[in-house]
Design a protein around this ligand. Structure first.
Ligand code: COA
Length: 506
């Protein structure tokens, strides 16, 4: 046996479970529910899914795939394109899968990421026939050590009938000890989660499973697909600066200290760029308590700004993968990976007082946010953890550029075409134009701040025109709208490829 495998496979009784990816893939049956490890392109099984893609060339079969969040191309692109996926949940971010979801070729359950584990416990998701779980090691005492994410793997491992392990020997051994696996018991019978600060470890370093359920072990050396975020630009830099000034004013008001509160920052380029902005700011001794650790977090650890970072996954660009995974020992006592039902748990988010920063596709003049549906109809990625955090955070912040598609689209509209985060869950909005602090404001008070501070200049007049006419038409009702017109900006976009009114009238 390869000495690298021998080292990672501590439980010798499992040696005879080692099979090829093809043999493992042959165990997956048509019409079953399969849980897979992986969260935001990190820690996902790769070689067994690729063997399923091969199998699909000669055989028609379909499975339902539930994961932590989005996976790399092996599942969300190749397996989807092979026609194998019937239903997918709870999050994806792949162009091929997105296209198939929007053509009714894949049924997609877009759900709050903290909810899945409870749904598995209740049997709403399941029965789970197989879990395919990427691991970096199996310890002598039978703990399965996940790789670059934890996601939903612990709950899947508890409820799945069978477990297929992809033992990935290319991931650094230094991952052993980074995870903190705590699984709450059944609702109504469980204790409070024993965590009062984000740096606390409350569980074990790996997933404890019923060893009889381990059906196969496949050896893998495939790296995670790198994250696709683009570097900060001038406008995301502006947003970061606006946000940093806001934190300074919160310190002045006595609501925050220079250490702020634990920070959560969402997926995507904008959220990463905003976090990057902390590198040159005076805030220190920061703690990150997020869902994904993107590049910016490791840069901030290097800069001595972040003292600890916890999440459920590490998702890095190729450059940062080399830097971090080639040198993981350096970060080992500063990072921790938890199951997503812990990283995203409302109880903990509220208790720890998180500052949460997520990205909106569009928002309306009253503060409702759409993060998922382009023009109310086409799925982009999904709500992910943004709802878990926004509703329960001490400060729920949404960032977005004020415009999209070269200025044809205003990200601020009269009425959002789909609501992910209601006005009640949105405290602060930041665009490259400015900031609207909506806390303690009634809907009509919010309008002025949102339009004046956050909207793109090209759309301000048009927004005021709508609001003023809506005010008149409703006699100043609590939340003025002209229902026939509220979505006309999206209709205009569909017809004329712009939300600008001149073109609509041309
Ligand atoms: N209408 C239509 N398209 C829009 C749009 C709008 N109002 N606003 C942005 N877009 C498009 C952009 O043009 C871009 O398209 P492209 O990929 O063709 O260039 C795409 O949406 C992504 O926007 P971008 O500005 O590059 O931001 P991003 O990479 O930060 O992604 C979200 C933004 C909202 C899609 C992403 O953050 C997301 O999926 N969020 C929901 C999940 C979430 O918040 N999870 C966080 C918990 S960790």
């Amino acid at each position: 046996m390869d000495p690298r495998v021998e080292k990672r496979l501590g439980l010798k009784q499992l040696v005879d479970k080692v099979v090829s990816a093809e043999e493992a893939a042959a165990l997956i049956q048509d019409g079953t529910v399969v849980g897979m490890s992986g969260f935001t392109r990190a820690g996902d099984a790769k070689v067994v899914p690729m063997a399923l893609v091969e199998r699909a060339k000669n055989e028609k079969f379909k499975i339902d795939v539930y994961t932590g969040a989005s996976l790399g191309p092996e599942v969300d692109n190749y397996l989807a394109a092979a026609g194998v996926i019937n239903k997918r949940g709870p999050f994806q971010g792949d162009a091929v899968m997105r296209g198939m979801i929007n053509k009714d070729q894949i049924s997609y359950v877009d759900a709050h990421l903290s909810h899945n584990a409870e749904l598995v416990r209740q049997g709403v998701i399941g029965p789970i026939k197989h879990l395919i779980l990427e691991a970096v090691a199996i310890t002598e005492d039978g703990l399965i050590i996940p790789s670059n994410s934890v996601g939903n793997s612990p709950i899947f491992a508890e409820y799945a009938e069978n477990i297929i392990i992809e033992l990935n020997i290319s991931h650094p051994e230094a991952l052993i000890g980074i995870h903190d696996i705590y699984v709450p018991g059944e609702q109504g019978k469980r204790d409070a989660i024993p965590m009062t600060n984000a740096e606390q470890r409350i569980g074990e370093i790996g997933i404890r499973v019923d060893l009889d359920k381990i059906q196969a072990i496949v050896i893998s050396e495939e790296p995670d697909a790198p994250s696709l975020i683009v570097p900060p630009d001038e406008e995301t830099q502006d947003m970061a600066n606006i946000l940093l000034d806001f934190f300074r004013s919160e310190i002045k008001a006595g609501r925050l200290t220079n250490e702020l509160m634990p920070l959560q920052s969402g997926v995507g380029s904008v959220a990463n760029a905003v976090l990057d902005g902390f590198a040159n700011a005076e805030f220190e001794n920061l703690v990150v308590a997020s869902e994904v650790l993107q590049d910016a977090v490791f840069n901030l650890i290097d800069a001595g700004k972040v003292r600890f970072a916890a999440a459920t996954s590490i998702t890095l660009t190729e450059e940062l993968q080399k830097k971090v995974y080639g040198n993981l020992e350096k970060y080992a006592d500063k990072i921790c990976l938890r199951p997503q039902e812990i990283s995203n748990h409302p109880e903990l988010i509220r208790r720890l007082g998180l500052i949460s920063i997520n990205t909106a596709l569009e928002l309306d003049i009253y503060g409702n946010v759409n993060s998922t549906h382009v023009s109310g109809t086409k799925m982009m990625n999904g709500i992910g953890g943004s709802g878990d955090f926004a509703r329960n955070a001490r400060l729920g912040i949404f960032v977005t550029k004020s415009y999209a598609k070269g200025g044809a689209i205003s990200s601020i509209v009269p009425m959002v075409s789909h609501v992910d985060h209601t006005e009640h869950d949105v405290d602060v909005i930041v665009t490259e134009q400015g900031i609207a602090d909506l806390r303690g404001l009634a809907p009509k008070e919010r309008v002025k701040l949102i339009i004046e501070n956050c909207a793109h200049p090209d759309f301000k007049e048009q927004l005021w025109d709508y609001y003023n006419r809506a005010y008149e038409a409703t006699g100043g009702a609590h939340t003025p709208h002209i229902l026939e017109e509220a979505l006309s900006w999206h209709v205009n976009l569909a017809k004329n490829k712009t939300m600008k009114k001149e073109t609509a009238n041309a």
